[in-house]
Design a protein around this ligand. Structure first.
Ligand SMILES: CC(C)(COP(=O)(O)OP(=O)(O)OC[C@H]1O[C@@H](n2cnc3c(N)ncnc32)[C@H](O)[C@@H]1OP(=O)(O)O)[C@@H](O)C(=O)NCCC(=O)NCCS
Length: 138
């Protein structure tokens, strides 16, 4: 299993490459993640996944992005990243996911996230609904 550790400036190039290989993911400027909670998964030689989240209120967090390099998917990397995040931060976690992003939706569902609302035409290019999901870590 990969090692999960806080991300830092030296990880930004790898994070940018994972985002570039993940068109379904959100596309934040990677340096912006340094102002928030950032965890990376490190495989044998390099960063293979990351999760970024921000605290929006007391015991309330928003997951900004989670992505795993395509060659390392379906090996529990996203699960490991999200479980580490929940271990470090207790409270409610919210996220938005494109309706068509089945892999992400299934991943969140498998971890216990529940759908709280549906936002029609929330995304642009292409226009698509967002599913808003919530998980409570304790
Ligand atoms: C979504 C994503 C982060 C999942 O990462 P991952 O490391 O492959 O996920 P895991 O291996 O931890 O999977 C955990 C569980 O999620 C579900 N899951 C993950 N990918 C799935 C897929 N393609 N199809 C169906 N279920 C899937 C499964 O239940 C899986 O458990 P299992 O493998 O024991 O059956 C990855 O597909 C990815 O990087 N996608 C592109 C970026 C993205 O869409 N990010 C989300 C933005 S909201």
């Amino acid at each position: 299993m990969p090692v999960i550790r806080p991300g830092d400036a030296e990880d930004l190039a790898a994070i940018a490459a994972i985002q570039a290989a993940s068109p379904e993911a959100a596309h934040w400027p990677p340096a912006d993640y340094l102002a928030h909670l950032l965890l990376v998964a490190v495989g044998d030689t390099s960063v293979i996944g990351f999760v970024a989240a921000r605290q929006v209120a007391d015991r309330e967090f928003e997951i900004l992005n989670v992505a795993v390099a395509p060659a390392f998917r379906r090996r529990g990397v996203a699960r490991g990243l999200l479980c580490s995040l929940f271990h470090q931060c207790q409270g409610a976690f919210y996220l938005e996911v494109r309706e068509s992003n089945l892999a992400a939706h299934m991943c969140y569902k498998s971890l216990g996230f529940q759908t709280v609302t549906y936002r029609p035409a929330y995304y642009e290019n292409p226009s698509e609904p967002a599913i808003v999901m919530k998980f409570h870590s304790c």
